[in-house]
Design a protein around this ligand. Structure first.
Ligand code: SF4
Length: 325
């Protein structure tokens, strides 16, 4: 039976696993191999995840399982995302919590929202669907970070489960996708970015490694400009990890120069390596008033909007705020 969660559309059988190794065929249906088993749960400031335009200053309970459907060559969580999930179950501690227990825990910890942020949510969708059901009942917004290599059907499911999503958009060229992500091309991801931008609150992240994907920044900027120039775009200069360890660290100056070109047309572009600079602050796209201040990139220090609007000119700043829930 074909799995329609992501673009691999793997043919699964009782003994045949797909690329992510997180689903199998059982009793005539596609089921998770490890339902309700969580690798991590933690507490974080929402800005650190990163979300800059969703519930500024809020406390998030973060969540993760294991497994991924793509093979990023420089993902720092590779051991969690790519190792055989079955062998990890025995080697690392997995937490067994029902979705109702997770919601209770988030409430007890004083968290405003829950964000699935460690690995790819597409590989744990049925469990997350249950979490979303209980979260909605409790009035707790659910968000996630994703590579967006899901099918169109799963995109609709994502939008029904998650009210805020951050997509890792690493590069667009087929050459980059094949060599660094192990997927044929970025077309499904781009299709899903455009769809999700209309269906929920969306932010985009691009970790940059020199000579791996720094040359992709112009094309990503052009794509965001054509899709929705108000999508918040987080750019990070990464230290080389995993298969890219031998590569020199990214040039912060060159990334800075590229992003500076786009700042006028992409008003919510953020460069996280320039902490304590205005690259982590939000300015009104209309009158350039400073409307949100952050320090260290991860900590909210000033929220000057009136609800979601610029206090000077009244421009909407495209922010999800707590009052809406
Ligand atoms: S979610 Fe996993 S099993 Fe399903 S199509 Fe994608 S890689 Fe294959």
């Amino acid at each position: 039976m074909k799995c329609n969660y992501c673009e691999w559309r793997c043919d699964l059988g009782p003994q045949t696993l797909g690329v992510c190794r997180m689903y199998h065929l059982s009793e005539g249906a596609i089921k998770e191999r490890f339902p309700h088993k969580w690798r991590t749960y933690d507490i974080a400031q929402i800005e650190s995840l990163p979300f800059y335009h969703a519930y500024p200053g809020s406390r998030s309970m973060t969540l993760g399982t294991v497994g991924s459907n793509i093979g990023c060559s420089y993902y720092t969580n590779t051991y969690i995302t790519k190792e055989d999930p079955a062998s990890l179950q025995g080697r690392i501690r997995m937490y067994n919590f029902t979705p109702a227990e997770l919601i209770h825990m988030a409430q007890k910890l004083g968290c405003h929202n829950i964000v699935f942020n460690v690995n790819e949510p597409t590989v744990s969708l049925p469990s997350l669907l249950e979490v979303s059901h209980y979260a909605k009942k409790a009035g707790i917004p659910l968000g996630c970070l994703t590579n967006a290599y899901m099918t169109e059907e799963a995109t609709v499911l994502f939008a029904s489960m998650f009210s805020f999503i951050n997509i890792n958009l690493l590069g667009l060229s087929s050459c980059f996708c094949r060599n660094s992500l192990g997927i044929p091309d970025s077309l499904p991801i781009l299709r899903n970015v455009a769809a999700l931008a209309n269906l929920c609150h969306l932010e985009v992240s691009t970790p940059v490694i020199q000579s791996v994907n720094d040359h992709e920044l112009d094309e990503i900027a052009a794509f965001l400009l054509a899709t929705d120039r108000y999508i918040p775009w987080h750019v990070f200069s990464l230290l080389p990890e995993h298969k890219t360890k031998e590569i020199a660290s990214s040039s912060i100056d060159s990334t800075h120069a590229i992003l500076t070109k786009y700042r006028k047309v992409l008003p919510y572009v953020y460069f996280h390596n320039f902490i304590d600079s205005d690259w982590v602050n939000t300015q009104c796209p209309c009158c350039e008033q400073l409307v949100i201040e952050r320090i260290g990139g991860n900590c909210l220090t000033g929220y000057h909007c009136l609800e979601t609007r610029c206090p000077r000119c009244g421009q909407d700043i495209s922010i999800l705020v707590k009052q809406k829930f």
